[in-house]
Design a protein around this ligand. Structure first.
Ligand code: TRP
Length: 430
């Protein structure tokens, strides 16, 4: 059977998901997680959160809200790997191994770091102002997230493509030095997924403060929807769908038929208030049923914790064996096991052994040689390798059955020596 394609994506735990995150990431991911023949990894990137946020309460709250949102939106933790990054100690171990195969020059070019350096340069302050080593190492931690599970496809926004390419480079460097252990990942950009406009028409984003809450109270959501900016056309005047964020948000939830219906209503001069009411009802039809589950989970965080712990155990089922393999590959090894292995290898070559081969006459032969390669016993030719093999097996099982007459080069004096060699061979398991 073909091994499944593995998809992996992380969500930094610094905010509360809004409607734009739902349409752009959560909803498509939940749908994608049901594709047959795939394995899907979704994790809460809370180590990444530490890079840009030093408010513990906020990180805790965001972790809880994001976990609850994904589950409420229908992610089935039994079908996927759903876990918290910081529950997997292997991710920091791998981060260090990758750090040691990554050129500093590569990291100098990472966008997030470079943007800060550029800001500092523009402000004529020291280039390293506000640059933590964590910001600098961000792409390495992200590569570890990906490579730890041998993920193939990484669904991310365009701003993350560079990071995936860096992860690929790191995997390549590691494999070049230590053998083919890591899978080279690829970014997967879904062009069909809409970016949702916000209340003011710009892209819906926390940084513009123009978002609609995903699982806010219905009244709050309604209030936000009614504050979507529209033009000043009066009821009865035809409205433009072009450039109308209200229309675009509706489209992200509606069927084609419903969208065509609103387009007609615009042309017929629907009042903005009525259009907003339609939008609110359409969104609530999809989100409303999920809201209950969300509120339940947020009110029972220990249920969330149990789900994440189970997810961590499942993820570590993959991470732990890979790290053991990588530790061995780079030379971080159990010295005791190594000495044992050396001894065993020596014992194997030191004793007598059988060699089977075919001669030019087309017949099958074997010989018994001692540790120095001296021939102790030379067989006659057999018609098939099976017969030769059976004779070898008989000798190993019962050295006493050795019959000098059956062999080419066996004199009486050699008999005892051959029998001793056969017994030694049986004792060492050769
Ligand atoms: N850096 C990503 C973001 O800000 C989040 C993330 C962390 C991630 N690790 C990842 C995404 C691994 C994909 C794969 O969006």
């Amino acid at each position: 059977m073909m091994s499944p394609a593995r998809y992996l994506t992380g969500i930094t735990t610094t905010g509360t998901p809004h409607l734009g995150n739902y349409v752009g990431a959560i909803r498509p991911s939940v749908q994608a997680s049901r594709r047959p023949g795939t394995e899907n990894f979704y994790f809460l990137a809370d180590y990444h959160a530490l890079i840009k946020c030093d408010e513990p309460e906020r990180i805790q709250r965001s972790t809880m809200e994001i976990a609850a949102c994904w589950l409420a939106a229908g992610l089935d933790p039994d079908q996927v790997f759903f876990y918290r990054q910081s529950d997997i100690p292997e991710v920091t171990e791998l981060t260090w191994m990758l750090t040691c195969v990554t050129g500093k020059g590569i990291l100098n070019r990472a966008h997030a770091y470079k943007a800060q350096v550029d800001r500092n340069t523009a402000a004529s302050v020291d280039v390293d102002t506000d640059v933590t080593a964590g910001l600098f190492m961000y792409p390495v931690l992200m590569a570890a997230d990906i490579l730890l599970y041998k993920a193939h496809k990484i669904p991310v926004g365009r701003d993350q493509i560079q990071h995936i390419e860096m992860a690929r480079d790191m995997a390549q460097s590691f494999n070049h030095l230590y053998g083919e252990h890591l899978v080279l990942p690829e970014a997967a950009i879904d062009e069909s997924v809409a970016t949702l406009p916000g209340l003011d028409g710009r892209k819906m984003s926390k940084s513009y403060d123009n978002t609609i809450a995903l699982f806010g109270a219905r009244e709050q959501v309604k209030k936000q929807i009614f504050s979507i900016v529209t033009d000043s056309r009066a009821p009865g005047e035809p409205k433009d769908v072009e450039g109308s964020s209200l229309f675009q948000i509706y489209q992200a939830f509606a069927s084609e038929e419903e969208t065509a219906g609103l387009r007609r209503a615009y042309a017929e001069g629907i009042a903005w208030g009525d259009a907003k009411q339609l939008l609110f009802e359409r969104i609530d039809r999809e989100i409303g049923p999920m809201r209950e589950r969300y509120q339940h989970l947020v009110a029972h965080p220990s249920e969330l914790e149990d789900i994440l712990q189970a997810g961590a155990a499942k993820a570590r089922g993959r991470a732990t064996p890979l790290m053991a393999e990588l530790r061995h590959a780079v030379g971080l090894r159990n010295l005791g096991a190594q000495a044992g292995a050396a001894k065993k290898a020596k014992a194997k070559t030191a004793g007598p052994s059988f060699k089977q081969y075919r001669e030019a006459d087309g017949r099958f032969y074997f010989k018994l040689v001692d540790a120095q390669g001296r021939v102790l016993l030379q067989s006659k030719g057999f018609a098939s390798p099976k017969e030769a093999g059976e004779c070898v097996a008989r000798l190993k099982a019962t050295p006493e059955s050795l019959d000098a007459g059956q062999f080419e080069s066996l004199d009486g004096a050699g008999m005892a020596e051959v029998q001793a060699a056969l017994r030694e061979l049986t004792a060492t398991g050769n």
